[in-house]
Design a binder for this molecule. Structure first.
Ligand code: AMP
Ligand code: GLY
Length: 413
């Protein structure tokens, strides 16, 4: 089978890498891909972005399956469009994608189906929101309703911080419409975990748990990034936590999907907070996480394409999803200055098909790999345990170099 993967980051590199291992896959196209993906056996980039053009490409090349990486094509309705032409695509429908695309929709969904989440209020009027923050308890979390490239959440320690956030979101319109409506919610204290799952709409299977490292500096300080590294499994996800998650979050979510008749064949990524009062759901994402995918897929023993095909044919219930023993760590190397301002175009040394890396902001020019983004690449390592995986990931990262290369030294610690 030929497969099309949509996206261009490290997550998509990991997806292509894993799919390429399947004997059932002959060829993978990645739209638009990045400079390192073509190092993978069977993989080529294609420079197509519009949904209509992607459909034409799939028809012309006789591609049997399309796998969507990022959220934007999903919330743009790519799945509905492909399906209307009879094309096989893995991902939730436009309506189901609202679970990520609108925080108001997702919080109301959580409330309706009894899913444990932070207490919240919804506002479409800035004056009412400003009035509310005069008397709420702090810290408080202000969230833009719509997609804001991971920047739509502000944790505010006091009234003046909350006021700035509300004015930025609702008046200055920094997210171009996405912050017109906001949620103000209770701050939860705890440790976070990312749990990816796969569903065919009737069955839901969790993947091995994982943990992102969102802040730029060691010790979890500094501004949030797209993710500076990840580990799997997440050491905080004990049996007890996973039981709580399945009973009170994952299974009621599936009930809700069925009751709302959402057309959902894809990944549901649960961002959870493990607190002293149990597990809370922070958010849904309707796609795999980045960089979680880069730490989770190397541990998947099963054939990924078989898993996806089982979901698409409604047969997940019969699928025995298997994982390798041990742990995986992935460490992101970013451009100096990221996540604020950074320069690009530096030569990257050490990339080859054996280097155990997933590339993101990487382009190839005249045979030379160069940086072209904030998060440039990640190196991963597998070990018998977490410490072994961490050591291996940093050893692999050591083989890579470029001017201004920055990475956290404490991923998984
Ligand atoms: P979200 O996009 O909702 O996952 O929020 C992004 C990040 O903000 C999360 O990964 C958490 O680190 C943090 N966050 C979101 N909601 C809360 C909350 N209610 N309490 C504490 N931290 C939160
Ligand atoms: N790593 C968090 C995300 O992909 O949204």
């Amino acid at each position: 089978m030929k497969v099309l993967v949509i996206g261009s980051g490290g997550r998509e590199h990991a997806i292509c890498w894993k799919l390429a291992q399947s004997p059932n896959v002959d060829k993978i196209f990645c739209a638009t891909g990045n400079g390192g993906i073509e190092l993978e056996h069977k993989c080529s980039n294609v420079n197509i972005t519009k949904i209509d053009d992607l459909m034409d490409f799939v028809l012309k090349k006789n591609i049997g399956l399309t796998v969507v990486g990022p959220e934007i094509p999903l919330t743009d309705g790519i799945v509905d469009k492909f399906k209307s032409k009879g094309l096989s695509i893995f991902g939730p429908s436009l309506k189901a994608s609202m679970l990520e695309g609108s925080k108001i929709y997702s919080k109301n969904f959580m409330k309706k189906y009894g899913i444990k989440t932070a207490e919240y209020e919804i506002f479409d009027n800035v004056n009412k929101a400003l009035k509310y923050i005069e008397n709420c308890s702090y810290p408080v979390v202000v969230k833009a309703d719509g997609l804001a490239a991971g920047k739509g959440v502000s944790i505010c320690q006091n009234y003046s911080e909350a006021k700035v956030a509300l004015e930025d979101f609702m008046i200055k319109d920094v997210f171009k419409g996405a912050g017109k409506n906001v949620i103000i919610e209770e701050f939860l204290q705890g440790v976070e975990a990312s749990i990816l799952t796969i569903t065919d709409g009737n069955t839901i299977i969790p993947f091995i748990s994982s943990k992102d490292h969102k802040q730029i500096y060691d010790g979890g300080i500094g501004p949030n990034t797209g993710g500076m590294g990840a580990i799997a499994p997440n050491p905080y996800c004990s049996e007890e936590v996973l039981k709580d998650f399945k009973e009170n979050i994952m299974n009621p979510t599936l009930r809700g999907i069925r009751q709302e008749k959402l057309d959902y064949t894809g990944i549901i990524f649960f961002g959870i907070m493990i607190t002293k009062k149990g597990v809370y759901l922070l958010e849904y994402n309707v796609r795999m996480g980045d960089p979680e995918t880069q730490a989770v897929l190397p541990l998947m023993k099963s054939d990924f394409i078989d898993l996806i095909q089982a979901a698409l044919s409604g047969k997940l219930l019969d699928f025995n999803l298997e994982w390798k023993k041990g742990a995986c760590c992935c460490v992101v190397a970013a451009s100096k200055g990221y996540p604020v301002k950074y320069d690009s175009g530096f030569e990257i040394k050490g990339i080859n098909s054996e280097s155990n890396i997933f590339t993101a902001g990487v382009k190839k020019e005249d045979g030379i790999f160069k940086t072209c983004g904030g998060r440039v690449l990640s190196a991963y390592g597998i070990g018998d345990n977490l410490n072994g995986a961490i050591e291996c990931a940093y050893k692999n990262l050591k083989k890579i170099s470029f001017d201004g290369m920055y990475f956290r030294k404490d991923i998984g610690k």
